[in-house]
Design a binder for this molecule. Structure first.
Ligand code: DQA
Length: 147
């Protein structure tokens, strides 16, 4: 099973940005955690991070024809306003899970709206980096079920 994990703007700054909200682990540590969990589950993962909306859209479009069977995406702040990212996600018909490290519902009002969640199968919010492990387990089940 081949899963694409996408992280949007500023997620490469994990461990540096607002540690009180996002924790002290850095992005490299998150990638290691994802690889470890994927290995345990027997899933192949491609981990992609970009600070640029267009690069994220290009990677989603590439997933249409590169054998990707599911997407886990933390779109960062693009979650709250990027209709272009939403359109890209909705244009490919594979399972998708949106993920947020922080509990966006406890934060500023602008974070409480997601324009991307309605085109995803489900959402994991506020469970820290552990959410990525849960998302991998969930997407594996969803993809298997959809076969
Ligand atoms: C985030 C929440 C967003 O509101 C924020 O802009 C991020 C990270 C999260 O993982 O909690 O960059 O997606």
């Amino acid at each position: 099973m081949s899963i694409l994990i996408m992280n949007g703007p500023n997620l490469n700054f994990l461990g540096i940005r607002e540690p009180g909200i996002y924790g002290n682990e850095n992005y490299g540590g998150l990638c290691e955690q994802i690889e470890k969990k994927a290995g345990e589950l027997g899933i192949e993962v491609d981990i992609f991070q970009s600070n640029h909306e267009g690069d994220l859209i290009d990677r989603i479009q590439a997933a249409y024809s590169d054998g990707t069977e599911g997407i886990i995406i933390n779109p960062g702040a693009l979650t709250h306003y990027s209709y272009a990212l939403r359109d890209a996600l909705s244009s490919i018909n594979i399972p998708k899970i949106e993920l947020h490290i922080s509990n966006v519902h406890q934060r500023e009002e602008f974070r409480q709206k997601s324009v991307t969640a309605p085109v995803c199968d489900g959402q994991i919010v506020g469970l820290g980096l552990f959410g990525y492990d849960l998302a991998l387990e969930a997407i594996q089940k969803i993809v298997e079920k959809s076969k």
